[in-house]
Design a protein around this ligand. Structure first.
Ligand code: F6P
Length: 479
């Protein structure tokens, strides 16, 4: 069989398609909603693009296939690989380590071995898919070894890497027994992109401390054995966004507006609806948010007959202990507060452990008066941007944790430190009582920012920088 020849190859943990079974049990693939694939689709369709990723189930060995003009290259993972590479090293070692050790990271040598093997598997699939001189764009913390593995196999490629989550300070990153291998893995790329300039600075400091490479501004110099410069790696910030235009349009459709009115009705038409929308993850500060809200109820600052909270907590990584514990804690607290402050037919916290389609999310955003984003650490937080994009009525208030990447851009939000419960309570109260004129003034500023910097602009800027860096590499030294 001829080797496929793709000029643009995206490598990510997951494929951007979901498997659906029809009534007769036939499998079909449906494009999963997501900013990244939407932004890259036109480019990939015109560049013979391929996407290398895991289809989301164990032992699913399927041949590459076309999905709306993008060539999908499935990477099959066994149950052990899912347990050790995905649930283990990615989500029980790296995830807590990279999020300020909010939960305690587990360090297991077997998990690291499997992480390395799975990264090798992804790299070999990318090698297989990429044409001579192609651009390969690797995504996120699950695949940090892929850039160097690919560079070793295919020096002809232009390799980019984007890190979607925070990159921790050296003092935390240093806990990782395999910290040097991770840094060297990332340095296989021409361009290492981060959400915030602080993440890029943390990475560059780790490079200086943990390797022999020297840095100059945002550039890392890679020398050969004779100390001659072979290549430069650029590390800088590219804050990601959403398809804001699409969200804006969706939220203006008659059906979404009608559904928003219906949601308010179903909630008993309260004066004020507070909304939280998160994956059920300990980084999101859901317990801090609930604590602040329950104290406002207890202090009598908020009347439970007039103000209600909706918490959408979508199921996530349910085989990982820390996630199971969080679910138990959140559900105990929600039950306690509803028992104490609710009444017959009146729930104070409407807790929904579900995922919803985009249309329903847009309706939730429109129906609510205050959006609560209280992450303890968050690479960007796209929910904050979705909320803003949905509010073409210029109404609603965004309460936003300063520990999100989004807080660097969305400065017209009410910023909070979620660890400061009194400060959070004060901002939530200010949001509940904010006059319409001030809501409009803030929301207009937020919308200008979110509508201007969408995900298409983000990917164009990233790929243009990657081209610049790759084409200005020093001449390779002949040995
Ligand atoms: O934010 C990092 C991330 O890996 C996203 O890319 C993804 O949408 C989300 O977390 C959920 O992750 P998972 O693939 O583990 O369900």
């Amino acid at each position: 069989m001829a080797k496929p020849q793709h000029d643009l190859v995206v490598v990510a943990n997951r494929l951007p398609v979901d498997l659906r079974l029809d009534e007769s049990g036939n499998a079909t693939w449906k494009r999963a909603p997501g900013g990244l694939v939407t932004a890259l689709a036109p480019l990939m369709q015109s560049n013979e693009g391929a996407w290398v990723g895991w289809p989301g189930m164990a032992d699913l060995a399927i041949d590459p296939f076309d999905s709306d003009g993008i060539w999908m290259v499935p990477v099959s993972l066994s149950e052990t690989e899912i347990a050790e590479y995905y649930e283990g090293f990615s989500n029980d070692t790296l995830w807590p380590l990279y999020h300020d050790v909010i939960a305690r990271p587990s360090f297991h040598r077997e998990w690291w071995d499997t992480y390395r093997e799975v990264n090798e598997h992804f790299a070999s699939m990318a090698d297989y898919a990429a044409a001579e001189g192609a651009t390969v764009w690797v995504h996120d913390y699950q695949l940090q070894l892929v850039p160097a593995l690919l560079r070793a196999a295919r020096p002809d490629l232009r390799i980019g890497y984007f890190h979607h989550i925070p990159f921790p300070p050296l003092e935390i990153f240093s806990q990782l027994p395999w910290r040097r291998q991770i840094v060297e893995g990332l340095l296989g790329a021409d361009l290492v992109g981060f959400q915030r300039s602080g993440d890029a600075a943390n990475f560059l400091r780790s490079v200086r401390k943990l390797t022999d490479h020297t840095t100059s501004g945002q550039l890392v110099e890679i020398d050969d054995a004779e100390d001659r410069l072979v290549r430069q790696v650029k590390a800088s910030a590219f804050p990601i966004s959403i398809d804001s235009g699409q969200f804006d349009k969706l939220a203006q459709t008659a059906s979404v507006r009608a559904r928003a009115a219906e949601i308010r009705e179903e909630l008993g038409n309260p004066d004020c609806i507070l909304l939280g929308v998160d994956r059920l993850d300990y980084t999101k500060g859901i317990l801090h948010r609930i604590k602040a809200f329950s104290e406002l109820l207890r202090d009598g600052d908020v009347d439970p007959a007039k103000v209600t909270m909706v918490q959408v907590a979508s199921p996530s990584r349910e085989n990982v202990d820390a996630y199971q514990q969080l679910r138990d804690e959140v559900e105990v607290q929600v039950g306690r507060i509803n028992g104490e402050f609710g009444g017959i037919g009146r729930t104070v916290i409407n807790y929904l452990h579900h995922s919803y389609p985009m249309e329903e999310m847009a309706a939730f955003y429109l129906a609510s008066d205050v959006m609560l984003v209280t992450s303890l650490r968050d690479g960007m937080n796209l929910v904050a941007k979705e909320y803003v994009a949905a509010r073409s009525d210029d109404r609603g208030v965004l309460v936003l944790s300063e520990f999100t990447g989004a807080a660097e851009e969305l400065t017209a939000a009410l910023l909070i430190n979620p660890h400061d419960i009194d400060g959070t309570k004060a901002q939530v109260l200010a949001a509940i009582n904010m006059p319409v004129t001030e809501q409009r003034r803030r929301m207009r500023r937020l919308r200008r920012r979110v509508l201007a910097d969408d995900v298409a602009k983000w990917s164009n800027r990233y790929l243009a920088t990657l081209t610049d860096v790759a084409t200005s590499q020093p001449e390779r030294v002949d040995t």
